[in-house]
Design a protein. Structure first.
Length: 97
Protein backbone atom coordinates (compact mmCIF):
# COMPACT_ATOMS: atom_id res chain seq x y z
CA UNK A 1 0.00 0.00 0.00
CA UNK A 2 3.00 2.29 0.43
CA UNK A 3 3.51 2.59 -3.33
CA UNK A 4 -0.10 3.75 -3.86
CA UNK A 5 0.26 6.36 -1.15
CA UNK A 6 3.56 7.49 -2.64
CA UNK A 7 2.00 7.88 -6.10
CA UNK A 8 -0.88 9.86 -4.62
CA UNK A 9 1.52 12.11 -2.73
CA UNK A 10 3.52 12.69 -5.91
CA UNK A 11 0.37 13.48 -7.88
CA UNK A 12 -0.73 15.93 -5.18
CA UNK A 13 2.67 17.62 -5.28
CA UNK A 14 2.56 17.91 -9.07
CA UNK A 15 -0.91 19.45 -8.95
CA UNK A 16 0.20 21.92 -6.28
CA UNK A 17 3.34 22.88 -8.19
CA UNK A 18 1.43 23.35 -11.45
CA UNK A 19 -1.11 25.58 -9.68
CA UNK A 20 1.71 27.56 -8.05
CA UNK A 21 3.53 28.03 -11.37
CA UNK A 22 0.35 29.17 -13.11
CA UNK A 23 -0.37 31.68 -10.35
CA UNK A 24 3.27 32.85 -10.36
CA UNK A 25 3.18 33.52 -14.11
CA UNK A 26 0.01 35.55 -13.72
CA UNK A 27 1.46 37.37 -10.71
CA UNK A 28 4.64 38.13 -12.65
CA UNK A 29 2.57 39.66 -15.46
CA UNK A 30 0.64 41.81 -12.98
CA UNK A 31 3.94 43.03 -11.53
CA UNK A 32 5.40 43.70 -14.98
CA UNK A 33 2.26 45.61 -15.97
CA UNK A 34 2.30 47.73 -12.83
CA UNK A 35 6.00 48.49 -13.23
CA UNK A 36 5.46 49.38 -16.90
CA UNK A 37 7.81 46.70 -18.25
CA UNK A 38 8.98 47.13 -21.83
CA UNK A 39 6.37 45.23 -23.85
CA UNK A 40 8.73 45.05 -26.83
CA UNK A 41 11.01 42.79 -24.76
CA UNK A 42 10.67 39.13 -25.76
CA UNK A 43 10.47 37.83 -22.18
CA UNK A 44 7.82 40.38 -21.20
CA UNK A 45 5.83 39.51 -24.32
CA UNK A 46 6.09 35.78 -23.53
CA UNK A 47 4.87 36.28 -19.95
CA UNK A 48 2.05 38.57 -21.13
CA UNK A 49 0.88 36.05 -23.73
CA UNK A 50 1.06 33.15 -21.29
CA UNK A 51 -0.77 35.08 -18.58
CA UNK A 52 -3.43 36.17 -21.09
CA UNK A 53 -3.96 32.55 -22.08
CA UNK A 54 -4.12 31.35 -18.45
CA UNK A 55 -6.47 34.14 -17.40
CA UNK A 56 -8.43 34.34 -20.61
CA UNK A 57 -11.66 33.62 -18.75
CA UNK A 58 -11.16 36.43 -16.23
CA UNK A 59 -8.91 39.21 -17.53
CA UNK A 60 -11.77 41.36 -18.84
CA UNK A 61 -14.27 40.35 -16.18
CA UNK A 62 -14.16 43.67 -14.35
CA UNK A 63 -14.82 47.10 -15.86
CA UNK A 64 -12.95 49.52 -13.62
CA UNK A 65 -12.11 52.87 -15.17
CA UNK A 66 -8.41 52.46 -14.46
CA UNK A 67 -6.58 49.92 -16.63
CA UNK A 68 -4.27 48.89 -13.78
CA UNK A 69 -7.29 48.01 -11.62
CA UNK A 70 -8.74 45.82 -14.38
CA UNK A 71 -5.43 43.99 -14.76
CA UNK A 72 -4.96 43.47 -11.02
CA UNK A 73 -8.55 42.35 -10.44
CA UNK A 74 -8.99 40.20 -13.53
CA UNK A 75 -5.63 38.49 -13.59
CA UNK A 76 -5.44 38.41 -9.80
CA UNK A 77 -8.73 36.54 -9.64
CA UNK A 78 -7.39 33.90 -12.01
CA UNK A 79 -4.23 33.49 -9.92
CA UNK A 80 -6.23 33.07 -6.72
CA UNK A 81 -8.61 30.58 -8.34
CA UNK A 82 -5.72 28.47 -9.65
CA UNK A 83 -4.08 28.46 -6.23
CA UNK A 84 -7.25 27.61 -4.32
CA UNK A 85 -8.53 24.97 -6.73
CA UNK A 86 -5.10 23.39 -7.26
CA UNK A 87 -4.39 23.10 -3.57
CA UNK A 88 -7.92 21.88 -2.79
CA UNK A 89 -7.59 19.10 -5.37
CA UNK A 90 -4.15 18.18 -4.04
CA UNK A 91 -5.46 18.15 -0.47
CA UNK A 92 -8.40 15.93 -1.39
CA UNK A 93 -6.04 13.49 -3.08
CA UNK A 94 -3.96 13.25 0.07
CA UNK A 95 -7.01 12.84 2.33
CA UNK A 96 -8.42 10.04 0.17
CA UNK A 97 -5.39 7.85 0.73
Amino acid sequence: MTSGRSNTTQAARVISVVADVMAAIIGLWILMYLLDANRANGFVEFIRDLASWLAGWSHDLFTFDEAWARVVAGYGLAAVVYLVVGHMVAGRLLRRH
